[in-house]
Structures are given as C-alpha cells and as structure tokens.
Design a binder for this molecule. Structure first.
Ligand code: ADP
Length: 587
C-alpha cells in the first residue's frame, strides 16, 4: 500500500478514535449529570410530600392521602407513592393502592425504612419503563411512620441524551470530514517528498545519473534530499571517471599496432584488441569467452599460450600462420596477475613481422641473385683467361673467339653493374626526394625512346609506332622516364618475333598520363605476372640471358614509375602479346 494511504489511514483512525472516546466520555458524564439532577428533583419532591404528610393521621386518612398523591403527581409530573412501614401502599399517584402488592421488599423502601434515603433504578413492570425511584422516611416523634417514594422515568434522560447525541454525531461528522481533509493534506505533505526521492532513486538505479531530487520543505526531508543528491552527484562523477578511463584504455588498446590477447588459466579468451583479431582472423565480439583451441586452429600458438600459462613467466617465439596468405608473427607472452599477485592467465602480444621477414627474404634472395648473376660471366671469363694463359690448352686459332667471348662477358658484367647502379641510384634518390620533376612534353620523350631502339627494331623487321597527342604534358624526370619507356620498348622488341608491331601509346585518362607499350610477342603466363617486376625475376632464364637481359629492366621501370608517384602494370595473353602500362599523375 502506498505510504500516502498508510499515513492517511493512520491519521484518520486516530481522529475517529479521539472522536469515539470523546463521545463516550461525554455520554457517560451527561448521563451521570442528568441522573443526579433527576435524583435531586425526586428528593426535593419527596421532601415536600413528606413534609406535608407529617401532620396527617396516616392510617385513618388513607383515602385523602391517595387523592393528595394523585394531585401532587399530576402537578409535578412525578409518580409518588406513600407506603406504611409494614409495606402497605396507602397512596399512589398512578395506581389504586388497594390493588398494589406489598412494597416492603423494594430495595429503595427497605433502605428508607432503615432511616436513610433509598435509591434504585429499575424497569417497572407496571408502566413498562425504566424508572428511578427515590424513597425517604417520614418521621414523627423520631419514629418512621411512612415512606414517601417519588419516581421518574429515565427515558426522559434518554430522549435528552439522544438529542445531545445527534448534535455530537453531527458535529463529529463535520469534525471527521475536516480531519479527513487535513489528514489527507498532512499525509501528502509527508509522503510527497518521499515519493519524489523514491522516484529519483529509481531513475538513478536505472542508470539516469542526472536525476536529482527537488528540495522539499522540512529539515529532515531537506537533509535526506541533499544526501541523496550528493550521492547521485558522486555516483555520476565516478561513473564519468570510470567511463572516461575505460574509453581511454579501450582507445589505447584498440589503436595498438601490436595485437594483444588475454587468455585465462584454461586458455579461454578474456579479451583481444582489433589488431589481434585481424591477425588471427577472428571476430572480436564472438571470440571473447571462447577457448583458444576452437578459435584459432594453430598448434604453435596454442602450445605457446599453454607454455606461457604453465611457466607463468615471460616467453618469446616466432610462429607462422597459414591463412589466405602466410603470416609471420612474433609472440611475447607474460603472466596475467590480479592485484593480489595471483596469476590467472597469460597476456600475449603479437607482432606481425611478415613484412620484415619478406624484406629479409628479398634481401637474401637479392644477394644470392646478384652473386649468381655475377658468377656466371666471371666463371666464363675465368675459363677464357685460364685457357688463354695455359700454353698446353691454348690454340692461337681460337684466340679471336675467346677474345670475343670475353668481350661479351665483360659487356654482360658491365650491363648488370650498370643496371644495379641505376636501380640503387633511383631508389636512393626517390627515398631522399632528390628526383626532380619538371613539366615536359611526354610525346617527345616517347619518340626519343622509340628512336633509341629503331636500329634494333629494324634488324628484326619490327615496326615501332608512337601514337600520342602532341600537347600531352606532365611533371616528369625526362631522363628517367625515357629510360623506363626505353626498357619497355627494348623488352617488347627483344621478346617479340620478327616482323611484328610494337605500339607506344601516350594518353590522358582522368588525372593520369598513361604510357602503354603493346607488343605482339609471346605473352607472359598469368602465374608470372605478379613477379616480373621483382629484381632478377625472369620467365625464361636462358632466353633472357641469351638476349642479353639482366633481369633488372622491369624493376627499374617500376622504381621510376614509383619515383613519379605513379605505378606500372601489365596485361598479357600468352601467344598474343603483352601490354605494359606506366601511369603517372598529371599534377
Ligand atoms: P630481362 O632483362 O630479362 O628482360 P626484365 O626485368 O626486363 O628482365 O624482364 C623480366 C622478365 O619478364 C623477362 O625475363 C621476360 O621473361 C619477361 N618479359 C618482359 N617483357 C616482356 C615482353 N614484352 N614480352 C614477354 N615477356 C617479357
């Protein structure tokens, strides 16, 4: 039940009780007061009659006395009875004395016969009402000669009291109504601020930390409201701090490049950041709570985590993940400890070292490739020199052939070294932003490049066409770009069959200048396309070498395109030809 009604009912019950007690007390006092009044009146009237009877010869003048009683009774509206000491009734205002029974044993008569005033309240069978009887002795010469009894019906009192009660009840009703209203107002005054506070506490509990209680009247309520508001303010402040800290931590956690993974003692994922999710190919929302075994099927990682949990100390390892592509991860593991120092799991930091690994591989391969590339001509040279310097092997007739071979090998060595130097210079200059770009006419540059290889093309009966709108201009390093286009034209001529066509196109596409070298050569199989721009990568080693290729031509093209902020790509259909495209931005 609501507090308002509980207080209200309490108030109202108290009011009704107070009214009931007051009424009962008033009733009791009034009844006593009226009875005393009736008794005193009866005594006065009995006294008057007794006085009158003192001089009468009671036994002889019975009839006269009876008449006097009737007269007296009529005048005073009181029933009067005169009884002789033996109980015989000789006069009565209402009845015929001869028909009345002996009254000696009536309590009030018996009392009066002892000389005192007798009083009794009794229901009268004669007149069928409750009466008050009062009897006093009539004395003559000290002896009791008769008893005078007066009586009045008490119903008069009841009538009077009923009238009074009606007034009291009416007054009580008005008081009760007034009190009901006052009690309601009072109850509401007490319960309303409490209701307010209850509502506010509910809002706070539901998470609305901005909810505050309006200041009520009354010192206690105000202090309660103030305390509640203070509590809410503190709660809100703490929540803000906690939320901010948690947000900051989350931001740090999710912005980390390193993957972070927390697992409990049973190998269940407690938390992981975005990087870890990405590296392990997991959905961070679904991964939490799952065991590592089912989340990541990699035995090396599982073993590492198990070992870190078991050892409880720092651990380090490198693992390989086999997904869509191979990934190398460096793992650092430490024990997770709670504030009491108890270990409850492991924290694993994952570093993606795939790029470093690849670079290492590239570097290793590069060194191996360079050594290999240099070794071949050097071995050939050494063979020639040994043959020429050994008189037992030397045949002067072959000298010219050996000299020519040595010349070719030296040429080859010098091409390799030249290409390597060229590549390293471009890389170095691009890295240090030393490549200067100036607005240049692209078409002239294409024609110059084509011109350089005109002779070679001629020997194979290859026609090199340049198609280019005259006003095509872009910020370029003319020498480098000419070298790149030259390399493409050189390849196109080198690998194409005789009497084919090589087309060099210069076009403007959107914001880019596109330089496309198309040939009708053998084309390149799809599996090689992603790798032909790597240093020393060749589709056909022997053919490339035989044609004097160093395997560095396309790598140089790629780095020149990159140095211009552009790119290079290839489309090729085996048996039909290839098209290499350099794309550089116009601005
Ligand atoms: P290379 O000095 O061997 O030509 P490149 O870097 O210029 O080295 O080219 C790499 C490889 O790509 C070549 O060995 C060749 O197999 C292939 N290639 C390049 N251009 C063409 C082309 N136009 N047609 C067919 N194959 C080509």
């Amino acid at each position: 039940m609501r507090l308002l009604w509980r207080i209200y009912i309490g108030f109202f019950a108290c009011t009704l009780l107070a009214l009931a007690v007051t009424s009962w007390y008033a009733n009791h006092s009034l009844r006593r007061f009226y009875q005393e009044q009736v008794a005193s009146e009866l005594l006065t009237r009995a006294g008057i009659l007794a006085n009158e009877l003192q001089s009468h010869a009671l036994d002889k003048e019975a009839e006269q006395i009876d008449r006097h009683c009737k007269e007296f009774g009529r005048l005073t509206q009181t029933r009067v009875t005169v009884i002789l000491p033996d109980g015989l009734v000789i006069g009565d205002s209402d009845q015929i004395p001869s028909g009345m029974e002996n009254h000696r044993n009536r309590p009030e008569i018996a009392e009066a016969l002892t000389g005192r005033t007798g009083k009794a309240v009794r229901f009268s069978d004669t007149i069928r009402r409750t009466l008050m009887y009062l009897a006093i002795p009539v004395r003559r010469d000290g002896a009791i000669v008769a008893v005078v009894r007066t009586s009045l019906p008490l119903s008069v009192i009841d009538w009077t009291l009923h009238a009074v009660y009606r007034h009291i009840a009416f007054g009580g009703l008005i008081v009760a109504v007034i009190f009901a209203v006052i009690a309601f107002c009072l109850a509401r005054r007490i319960s309303r601020p409490l209701d307010d506070m209850r509502r506010t506490a509910g809002q706070l509990a539901a998470g609305d930390l901005r909810a505050r209680v309006a200041m009520p009247k009354g010192e206690e309520m105000q202090s309660l409201a103030r305390t509640l508001n203070q509590m809410a303010a503190q709660l809100s402040e703490r929540m803000e701090t906690i939320t901010r800290q948690s947000d900051e931590q989350k931001a740090v956690f999710s912005s980390m490049v390193e993957g972070v993974l927390a697992v409990d003692g049973d190998g269940r994922i407690l938390n992981l950041n975005l990087s870890a999710a990405r590296l392990l190919d997991l959905n961070p929302d679904h991964a939490r709570g799952r065991s590592m075994q089912e989340a990541v099927r990699n035995i090396e990682l599982q073993n590492f985590i198990a070992a870190t949990i078991a050892a409880g100390g720092p651990a380090e390892a490198e693992i390989v993940l086999y997904g869509n592509e191979e990934r190398f991860l460096q793992l650092h593991g430490t024990a997770l400890t709670d504030p009491t120092g108890r270990k409850f799991g492991a924290l694993i930091v994952l570093n993606d070292i795939t790029r470093i690994k690849r670079l290492e591989t590239v570097r290793r391969d590069f060194v191996a490739n360079v050594s290999h590339e240099l070794k071949t001509p050097i071995t050939a040279l050494r063979g020639c020199v040994e043959t020429l310097s050994d008189p037992t092997q030397r045949n002067p007739a072959d000298d010219n052939r050996f000299m020519a071979m040595m010349g070719r090998q030296v040429e080859r060595l010098s091409s390799i070294v030249e290409d390597l130097l060229s590549l390293s210079r471009i890389e170095h200059d691009a890295e240090h932003k030393r490549i200067t770009l100036a607005s240049g006419a692209v078409c002239d540059l294409l024609r110059r490049a084509a011109q350089t290889f005109a002779k070679t093309a001629d020997t194979k009966g290859i026609e090199v066409e340049v198609e280019c709108p005259g006003d095509l201009a872009a910020p370029v390093n003319a020498a480098l770009l000419e070298q790149a286009v030259g390399n493409l034209i050189d390849n196109a001529i080198k690998y194409s069959g005789e009497r084919t066509r090589v087309v060099v196109n210069g076009t403007l596409t959107g914001n880019d200048i596109e330089i496309r070298v198309t040939d009708q050569g053998p084309g390149i199989e799809k599996k090689h396309l992603s790798r032909i721009f790597e240093r020393f990568y060749r589709v056909d080693q022997a053919r490339s070498r035989a044609l004097g290729g160093t395997g560095l031509g396309l790598a140089i093209v790629k780095h020149i395109a990159l140095a211009h902020g552009g790119s290079v790509s290839v489309e090729s259909t085996p048996g039909q030809g290839s098209a290499f495209t350099i794309r550089i931005p116009r601005h």
